[in-house]
Design a protein around this ligand. Structure first.
Ligand SMILES: Cc1cc2nc3c(=O)[nH]c(=O)nc-3n(C[C@H](O)[C@H](O)[C@H](O)COP(=O)(O)O)c2cc1C
Length: 196
C-alpha cells in the first residue's frame, strides 16, 4: 500500500525537464502501465501515440501554447486520442472514453514517477495542428499530451511563476471539500446556464 502511495505522493506536474534522451524500453514500460488501466466492458478506448522522433517532436512542440514553453527539452510526448463510440456512452452523460483515457494516463504518470521521470499532462496545445502532424483523424478527440522526460535540477529556464510552483508545496483543497459521507454535501456554485 505504502509502496503505491509513494509515487502518487511523489508525482507532481514538474516543469524543470532535462533534454536527456529516454530509451524505448523505458517508454514502453510507461505505455504498458497505461494499457493496464481498467475500462468499461474492457473497451480499452485509449489510443496512445508516442512521439520520440526528433523532427516530429519539434513539430508537435511548435503547437504548444506559449505557457508550455517549459516542455521544449522533452525527449518524449505521449498523445492520447479516443472517440466516444470506442467506449460505453450511457445515460446521464456518462461518456466513459474520457474516464478510461484518464485512468490510463493516471497509470502512465504513476509508473513514470516510479521510474524517476516527469510525466506532465497538458491541455495547452492546438489540437487541430497536433492531429494533422500525427495523422489523427478528425473523428478522434485528442484529449491530452503528456510531456515525459527526466527531471532537471536547473530551474533557470522556468518563469518566475513556474519556479515558485516547482519549489512550493502541493496545492490541494482540504479533503472535506471534495469528499462527503453518505450524502452529497458540497457547496459548489450553481451550474452556469449553458454548461449542461
Ligand atoms: C487535463 C490537464 C491539463 C493540464 N494542462 C496543463 C498545461 O497546459 N500546462 C501546464 O503547465 N500544466 C497543465 N496541467 C497540470 C496541472 O496544472 C497540475 O496537474 C495541477 O496544477 C496540480 O498540480 P500537481 O499535478 O503538481 O499536483 C494539466 C493537468 C491536467 C490533468
Amino acid at each position: 500500500m505504502l509502496e503505491i502511495l509513494e509515487p502518487i505522493e511523489g508525482r507532481r506536474a514538474w516543469r524543470a525537464l532535462s533534454a536527456k534522451p529516454l530509451d524505448r524500453e523505458t517508454a514502453e514500460t510507461v505505455l504498458r502501465a497505461a494499457h493496464l488501466a481498467p475500462s468499461c466492458s474492457n473497451n480499452q478506448p485509449w489510443r496512445l501515440i508516442a512521439v520520440d522522433d526528433p523532427e516530429t517532436l519539434a513539430s508537435v512542440k511548435a503547437q504548444l501554447s506559449r505557457g508550455n514553453y517549459w516542455a521544449e527539452p522533452a525527449p518524449l510526448i505521449v498523445a492520447i486520442a479516443s472517440r466516444r463510440d470506442l467506449d460505453c456512452a450511457l445515460s446521464d452523460r456518462r461518456d466513459y472514453f474520457l474516464l478510461g483515457c484518464g485512468m490510463a494516463i493516471g497509470n502512465l504518470m504513476i509508473q513514470a514517477t516510479a521510474l524517476g521521470l516527469i510525466a506532465h499532462p497538458i491541455a495547452g496545445f492546438k489540437p487541430e495542428g497536433v492531429k494533422e502532424i500525427l495523422a489523427i483523424s478528425e473523428a478522434y478527440t485528442l484529449i491530452t499530451l503528456v510531456i515525459v522526460g527526466h527531471r532537471s535540477d536547473d530551474l533557470s529556464d522556468l518563469s518566475e511563476k513556474h519556479r515558485a510552483v516547482e519549489l512550493g508545496l502541493r496545492d490541494r483543497k482540504p479533503l472535506d471539500h471534495v469528499v462527503s459521507w453518505n450524502r452529497f454535501s458540497f457547496d459548489d456554485p450553481p451550474t452556469p446556464p449553458d454548461s449542461t
